[in-house]
Design a protein around this ligand. Sequence first.
Ligand SMILES: Cc1cc2nc3c(=O)[nH]c(=O)nc-3n(C[C@H](O)[C@H](O)[C@H](O)COP(=O)(O)O)c2cc1C
Length: 190
Amino acid sequence: MDVYEAIHQRRSHRLYKPELPPREVLERVIEAALWAPSGTNLQPWEITVMAGRVRDEFVELVSQALKNLIPIMQKAQVPEKSQDLVMKFFKNLGGAPAVIAVTIDQRPDDPTNLANIQSGAALMQNLLLAAHAEGLGTCWMTGAHSLETEILKFLGKETKRLLAITPIGYSAKEPPVPPRKDREVRWLGF
Ligand SMILES: Cc1cc2nc3c(=O)[nH]c(=O)nc-3n(C[C@H](O)[C@H](O)[C@H](O)COP(=O)(O)O)c2cc1C
């Protein structure tokens, strides 16, 4: 798949089929993710791929973050219909058969912290695009971060920071295309 096609066609998927993608497909996606650039090539990340019972237990934990999200959505006056969709998605991560968690190195006052976050984000984007090229859906998520401590404990990564999680699997519903805003892009000296 052409890289421009992948960038434009990738979407956030919030409803999945129950079939687990073949292990070799997931491995290709992870391998592509790991080829992301990183600050001073530190590669300051770890990836945890969960399926089966571990996935179920992890999703159960993540779903508990919903109670912290509800007041935030109410305060932000998110329409009730959208709130219902978020709640439905959070309860079972759209039924995705696998979930990936990305953790990164972050230490107090460490000068590499900002670069490490950006490196982790580059890895996430690689992962999402590679998954899309494999016909898989994903949804980059930070909505469970109110439970970061509990999630890191679950993952056995208590000394790290949680960058993001994503469900991964075959999409069961084509998502809408959220429009992009016009943003200032300056071309100087042309
Ligand atoms: C840093 C980040 C955090 C996100 N967190 C969530 C989340 O917690 N839950 C969710 O449903 N979508 C989440 N998203 C997905 C965005 O809502 C989505 O990318 C945006 O609406 C644009 O839609 P598209 O990805 O289909 O182009 C997140 C995306 C990013 C980049």
